[in-house]
Design a protein around this ligand. Structure first.
Ligand SMILES: *Cc1c(COP(=O)(O)O)cnc(C)c1O
Length: 247
């Protein structure tokens, strides 16, 4: 059973965790993010770190939570719900980063603060229905595919205004900004150009639909400095904090 495998991996994982090293890596990442933010005339608090914890054992999340970190990003719904149950810390903010089948939309509202990779109207409307029934509000970001054919997720820039307009009319969803994940294979200057393109799209969209869109979720371990330079408000960092993902 899949679930049992995850449990096993978790048990092994927790035996291996060196909490001093994990906290050191986390602090080092925080300092680097703050330094880069400052270099670009931004306050450290303007850039939030989402600790991307997919495949990482719950024990590792617990150590960071105990150290005061609140924002965690997960890509798989069952794994995320299991960790939420194991940790039982209501103060945490959970970010859903992955793709999601529409029939699993019901698990998101109430369990996650923000959904980062919305690119489909039907999924949006499933999320909205559940959110409304629960009386909760789910913050969402629209994922944009910046014209890179090898990238799978995201709407094309010219489809963005129409989808954004539909989402903003959905009660139960709060449209907060845009998200992008450039292909890993690109060189850093090329990635930076795409981040800058995402910011421009956000600026344009704000005036097109007359809604403030403060959040730009962009940048990972490999390219967060370039993302911060271009205005990222959330960087999604996994490997740099936790080390290589156990597989
Ligand atoms: C896994 C993942 C990340 C984190 O990547 P790292 O290279 O480990 O920092 C960020 N964003 C998304 C959408 C991811 O799936």
């Amino acid at each position: 059973m899949k679930h049992d495998n995850l449990e096993d991996r978790d048990a092994e994982g927790s035996a291996r965790i060196d909490s001093r090293e994990l906290i050191w890596r986390y602090e080092e990442t925080r300092n680097t993010v703050a330094e880069i933010a400052a270099r670009h005339g931004r306050e450290p608090g303007d850039v939030r770190i989402i600790a991307v914890s997919k495949y990482q054992p719950t024990a590792a999340l617990k150590i960071l939570a105990g150290h005061g970190h609140l924002d965690f990003g997960e890509n798989y719904i069952q794994e995320a719900l299991r960790k939420q149950g194991e940790l039982a810390l209501p103060e945490l903010h959970w970010h859903y980063l992955g793709r999601l089948q529409r029939n699993k939309a019901k698990f998101v509202p109430g369990s996650f603060t923000m959904f980062h990779a919305l690119d489909d109207e039907l999924l949006a409307s499933s999320l909205q229905k559940r959110s409304k029934t629960r009386g909760s509000v789910l913050e969402v970001l629209v994922q944009v595919n910046l014209g890179q054919e090898i990238q799978k997720g995201g709407v094309l820039p010219d489809q963005l205004p129409e989808l954004a307009e539909k989402i903003r009319r959905m009660d139960g969803l709060a449209l907060r900004g845009l998200m992008a994940l450039p292909p890993f294979s690109l060189e850093l200057p090329e990635k930076q150009r795409l981040f800058s393109e995402l910011r421009d799209l956000r600026d344009k969209l704000q005036s097109q639909i007359g809604l403030a869109l403060p959040e730009l979720s962009m940048g990972t371990t490999d390219d967060f400095p370039q993302a911060i330079a271009e205005g990222a408000t959330m960087v999604r960092i996994g490997t740099r904090i936790f080390g290589e993902r156990p597989r």
